[in-house]
Design a protein around this ligand. Structure first.
Ligand SMILES: [Zn+2]
Length: 248
């Protein structure tokens, strides 16, 4: 089993991901931020799309479902909430498995950013597609869920092996680093922030990241250490609220 992941920037700060199971050539797009960009990348690679895998219903994640399905005939898989804005062929949730060719992708419920947000985890290759739940040095805003729900979701991702490669859906890392430095002075964070600013200066992506790197430097995963007097969910909620009001 092995997957090839092709990552490319689209819209203003999204990443598109085309994922191919090498054994069978079966190909999926993770979300549909920009139908034209995704179809152009498929064309360039010479890949045929079989599956659309949505993480949540937001338009920069599911807005291209209809156009891409019309162009490719791909089957659309995602959480039920996607039907708020886009077509869906198969609803999935926690505990379900989606086969990408011969590679099983486990569905993890990661609600909080939206209530029904999910992530896709390839345990064999140690790869996770986490949408807008976990970002490099950040996490998604709580548009629909509670701090308790989001903390539970982030804890599930943090429990994956440290060497799991994490594909997040946006390039927010420099802004996230500025906020992180305002609440945490861990040396590992300072080193990483410097590397992030330099990478962005050179126009390089800071995605993907890893679970181990996020556990060491992401202030949202480190919330219980940064706010030891609070329960973990309350510590997380306080840092999330501080980020929402941060003018960096
Ligand atoms: Zn979103």
């Amino acid at each position: 089993m092995s997957l090839t992941v092709h990552q490319f920037p689209c819209l203003s700060d999204n990443y598109g991901f085309l994922v191919r199971d090498e054994a069978t050539g079966t190909t999926a797009t993770i979300d549909t931020p920009d139908a034209d960009a995704i179809l152009a990348q498929l064309d360039r690679l010479g890949w045929t799309l079989d599956l659309i895998l949505n993480t949540h219903w937001h338009p920069d994640h599911a807005g291209g479902n209809a156009a891409i399905q019309a162009a490719t005939g791909a089957t659309i898989v995602g959480p039920p909430e996607v039907t708020r804005i886009a077509p869906l062929d198969r609803s999935v949730g926690q505990g379900d498995t989606v086969m990408l060719g011969e590679t099983p992708l486990a569905v993890i419920d990661t609600g909080g950013h939206t209530l029904g947000h999910i992530a896709y985890h390839d345990a064999a290759d140690r790869i996770a597609f986490v949408g807008d739940t976990l970002f490099a040095l950040g996490c998604g805003r709580l548009f629909e869920g509670t701090p308790e729900q989001m903390w539970g979701s982030l804890s599930k991702l943090a429990a994956l092996p440290d060497d799991t490669t994490v594909y997040c859906a946006h390039e927010y890392t420099a802004a996230n680093a500025r906020f992180a430095l305002s609440v945490d002075d861990a040396p590992a964070l300072r080193d990483r922030a410097e590397a992030v600013f330099a990478a962005r200066e050179r126009g390089e992506p800071t995605v993907p990241t890893t679970i181990g790197l996020e556990k060491a430097t992401n202030p949202f995963l480190r919330a219980p250490l940064l706010r030891p007097h609070l329960t973990p969910a309350d510590a997380f909620g306080e840092i999330r609220a501080a980020k929402d009001g941060f003018k960096g």
